[in-house]
Design a protein around this ligand. Structure first.
Ligand code: HEC
Length: 187
């Protein structure tokens, strides 16, 4: 499992390196964020489809749980995503990212800034569009991009609808469940 986490982190880090070189050559921030998002979203989808959905729903031989270490279960897709984000944060200040929602199971994943609130509402109302903006945090200016995060397979909605801390129990495959926020400090 550590190997998988490492692989995802390396893939994101390599993409980040390419993207930051591009930024240095005046590539627009939205384009840089879009490229970073492509890599993280591909890794998230592959883990969900090929590991979580296959082993928990299709084959029914394992469970996925936030207490994966104690329960010998798979880490949740959201946890895999956060491990990648934390690894990136340990290695660079060039950008950061997170998975948030207006109706989070974990309250720490709710919107914390005005831009996050506005962006999550925007992607919930416009599932095929991304949100781009700028905000000032702690005296620093940031470019921020927010991408809709969808329920791509049954495993997403089964688990959220039945989770005891979930504010929503009516999710369907295809619904926007939250958003991925990518932040890049503006030089
Ligand atoms: C087996 C259960 C399970 C599966 C499968 C699952 N989730 Fe989650 N998800 C959770 C839990 C629990 C959290 C809160 C984790 C944390 O941060 O502590 C979470 C967090 C999230 C968040 C952040 C907001 C929040 O609710 O805290 C989003 C968005 C999200 N999941 C979307 C999805 C999508 C989309 C899929 C499928 C691609 C998916 N989840 C699959 C259980 C699950």
């Amino acid at each position: 499992m550590r190997y998988r986490i490492f692989t995802i982190a390396v893939a994101v880090a390599v993409a980040a390196g390419i993207a930051m070189d591009a930024a240095a050559q005046d590539m627009p921030y939205p384009r840089v964020a879009d490229m970073l998002y492509r890599v993280m979203s591909a890794d998230r989808e592959v883990y969900t489809r090929m590991v979580v959905q296959r082993l928990t729903v299709d084959e029914e031989i394992l469970t996925a749980s936030e207490h994966f270490e104690d329960e010998a279960a798979l880490p949740l897709p959201a946890q895999m995503f956060r491990f990648g984000a934390e690894t990136v944060m340990d290695n660079t200040e060039d950008f950061s990212y997170a998975l948030l929602s207006l109706n989070p199971i974990n309250r720490n994943n709710g919107p914390a800034t005005e831009l996050e609130q506005e962006a999550l509402e925007f992607v919930a109302d416009n599932p095929d569009e991304n949100f781009y903006g700028e905000e000032e945090l702690g005296g620093e200016r940031y470019f921020a991009a927010v991408y809709p995060d969808r329920a791509i397979v049954e495993a997403c909605v089964n688990c959220h609808n039945s989770h005891r801390d979930s504010p929503r129990t009516d999710l369907k495959v295809g619904d926007v469940m939250g958003g991925v926020v990518i932040r890049i400090p503006i030089d």
